[in-house]
Design a protein around this ligand. Structure first.
Ligand code: ATP
Length: 315
């Protein structure tokens, strides 16, 4: 549904986007994840035809954004980072205005379209109010309603939850998940838990480059440190320590806890292989039952840090 090929954007000497390519399949909710300044908004602004690229191409459905921009733009609903809301209009007036801009000319059609999007984002109860007087969460929903007008198959949402309070964030995520049943969605975020909760595919960008892409689950699995083991062993601390020190499979270990005769350990293996079976029998021979034994899987947060070497922004 979306094809981005070798996208480059330079601002003078500054390379904001450096040769990014990816595709989004119909019906997917894809997260564009990256720290501040990574190039998310720039990429989205090019995808929506709002700014031009230095080189590369964007295809939405059948249409090339550069050569058939009118047709391509018709397929997109865009929620920019700062939605262009007219604060002195009521919600209803604004949505009618936006509907006219999107070419929904007949009043009857516009009435139906506005009512449909008001229902979709649950703003019927504020439709008569001035936008100026709405909470940030409701303003964001009005922005989303505007993006939905005309029922475009593709939604591009730039940081849809930024500035919202925790309750509003949960509602917005729920809304996006619901919209994902009928639309192909690409959203940007610098919040990992957000893409984890909402998206079924993640593109991680850093300093203008695509550094990884996969499902949240695969990303975590792929970057997991398979050499790290987390185990709990039944026995005295001394006996367990002696067995750990004598093990031919472990390079190092740390005792992390002790509860009711069970010793918790984090250990590094020295082979790069999965040695859980060998370790199990080694400890069984010493009459030290291993009651828990797993390789460590990194969270998406840790994957992100490994890839970008940056601290996550505070939520
Ligand atoms: P944020 O989450 O902070 O919005 P982002 O990932 O969306 O970050 P962009 O806004 O795309 O990042 O910016 C990418 C880089 O390009 C940044 O270094 C930014 O300073 C720079 N940049 C963006 N717009 C312009 C512009 N109009 N002129 C010059 N540099 C720009």
């Amino acid at each position: 549904m979306i094809e981005v090929k070798n996208l480059v954007k330079d601002y003078g000497n500054h390379h904001a986007v450096k040769d990014i390519s990816f595709t989004v399949d119909e019906g997917q909710i894809v997260g564009l994840l990256g720290p501040n300044g990574a190039g998310k908004s720039t990429t989205m602004n090019i995808m929506t035809g709002y700014i031009s690229s230095t080189s590369g191409s964007v295809k939405i459905g059948e249409y090339d954004m550069l050569e058939q921009s009118l047709q391509a733009k018709k397929l997109i609903g865009y929620l920019p980072e700062l939605p262009p809301l007219y604060e002195e209009m009521t919600v209803e007036e604004y949505l009618h205005f936006a509907g006219r801009l999107k070419g929904i000319r007949a009043k009857k059609d516009r009435n139906a379209a506005v009512q449909e999007v008001e229902e979709a984002v649950k703003i019927e109860d504020v439709k008569g109010r001035l936008i100026r007087n709405l909470s940030k969460g409701y303003k964001q929903r009005v922005g989303l309603a505007q993006a939905l007008l005309g029922n475009p198959p593709v939604l591009i949402l730039d940081e849809p939850t930024v500035g919202l309070d925790p309750g509003q964030i949960i509602e917005m995520r729920e809304l996006i998940r619901n919209l994902g049943k009928k639309h192909t969605i690409i959203l940007s975020s610098h919040i990992l838990s957000e893409v984890n909760a909402v998206c079924d595919y993640v593109l991680i960008i850093d300093q203008g480059k695509l550094v990884a892409e996969d499902t949240p689950e695969h990303l975590s699995e792929h970057f997991a440190d398979k050499n790290r083991l987390i185990l709990s062993v039944k026995g005295t601390k001394e006996a367990v320590e002696e067995a750990l020190a004598a093990s031919s499979y472990l390079a190092s270990y740390t005792i992390t806890g002790e509860t009711d005769g069970v010793i918790d350990v984090t250990a590094e293996t020295n082979t790069g292989e999965d040695v859980r079976d060998e370790l199990f029998f080694e400890f069984a021979d010493k009459k030290l039952p291993i009651v828990k034994l797993e390789t460590e899987t990194l969270s998406l947060e840790e994957v992100f840090l490994k890839l970008t070497g940056k601290e996550e922004e505070e939520e």
